[in-house]
Design a protein around this ligand. Structure first.
Ligand code: ZN
Ligand code: ZN
Length: 358
């Protein structure tokens, strides 16, 4: 087959890219495959199309211009990064070829991300309609009613003196009658539901992408890339190194008294003993994994002791009692308050003696 002729069969110019070549071939095979096209010459057209394609592919391979098939498919793969459900359209490739890869987002809670979790994902892929090879219509054996099979229609031009011949809009100039595909209602595509169970490893982070091995759906193999999002947490903050932080108000008296309080951790509530010397508490190994499946970082709880306002008489009376009690036990003692009281006493006595001397 002559090279120029081969391009003509595929409706391309010699400068067409490999991707255009492949796309044109797919389109024509879809339209002329004898299983789908009832025309008498569909079989011979199909042979011509395949021959032209093989010829040009061989030619390009010899010239070292053809990219790897897998690469080509990967680049052609549609993606829908912004939609929650994968809805991109994918053309059915030649049998056995790797299919498209869909992208969808998955939102996990921080707690699920800490421990890892299993999710069942449901959605649908949109794939080319098998019945009409994504054309939305079937090609029938009878002649196109708009152009009576000629493939061209005449339209009156300036003042009706001249008649222009143009391609028939109904049949696209091949002169064959079309009928809307029932299987897809003319849309050329079909929604194929999927259900995948996915294990997210402990330590998965926002922005991570999990690529699932491709699986067969309908007539195509589909890959699924999952983009992980982590829901904002009401009180946990996550550092890059896996340290998890929480700011927590505590009862100031409980803090002073060194009492136990309940603190939230990714694993649930936990008892923690307050210490009036400390505002930050480190809970080792209770944070977030620094790397997926790795050991967990630390969990830092920063407490803010909160004391009530001085507007509760009962509470003020209790505080006075506490103060009196503390003064009492400090008197004559060896602690800083007791020592201070003694030093103050000695000093005051010295001052008074000096005053009476003068
Ligand atoms: Zn027509
Ligand atoms: Zn269809």
């Amino acid at each position: 087959m002559d090279t120029l002729q081969a391009y003509q069969v595929l409706g391309l110019y010699p400068g067409a890219s490999d991707a255009q070549l492949k796309a044109a071939w797919r389109r024509l095979v879809a339209a002329w495959h004898p299983d789908r096209n009832a025309a008498d010459d569909a079989g011979s057209r199909m042979q011509g199309i395949n021959k032209a394609y093989q010829h040009l592919r061989q030619l390009r391979q010899d010239e070292g211009e053809t990219e790897d098939d897998a690469d080509d498919d990967a680049k052609a793969a549609p993606a829908t990064p912004s939609s929650a459900e994968a809805t991109a359209t994918a053309g059915g490739g030649p049998a056995g070829a790797a299919g498209p890869t869909y992208v969808r987002k998955v939102r996990l809670s921080l707690e699920d991300a800490v421990r890892g979790c299993t999710r069942t994902l449901r959605g649908h892929f949109t794939q080319a309609c098998d019945s009409c090879a994504a054309q939305g219509q079937r090609v029938l054996a009878q002649a196109c009613s708009a152009c009576r099979g000629s493939g061209a229609v005449s339209t009156p031009a300036l003042f009706g003196w001249l008649w222009n011949q143009s391609a028939c809009p109904d049949c696209g100039s091949d002169g064959r009658q079309r009928a809307t595909c029932d299987a897809c209602d003319g849309s050329g595509e079909r929604a194929v539901p999927y259900r995948r169970q996915v294990r997210f490893p402990a330590g998965v982070r926002a922005g991570d992408v999990l690529s699932l091995p491709s699986s067969r759906h309908g007539s195509m193999k589909v890959g699924l890339d999952l983009q992980v999002e982590i829901e904002p947490h009401p009180f946990f903050m996550l550092d890059d190194d896996g340290v998890l932080r929480c700011d927590m108000p505590v009862n100031g008296y409980a803090w002073m008294a060194g009492r136990w309080v309940e603190v939230p951790t990714p694993d649930g509530l936990q008892q923690m003993r307050l210490n009036r010397e400390a505002l930050v508490y480190r809970l080792r190994g209770q944070g977030f994994p620094a790397v997926p499946r790795g050991p967990r970082g630390d969990y830092l709880v920063r407490v803010t002791p909160v004391f009530p306002n001085h507007d509760d008489p009962a509470q003020e009376a209790l505080l006075d009692q506490l103060i009196a009690r503390a003064n009492q036990s400090a008197e004559g003692g060896a602690g800083p308050l007791g020592q201070w009281t003694q030093r103050m006493g000695a000093w005051t006595a010295g001052q008074q003696a000096a005053a009476s001397d003068a």
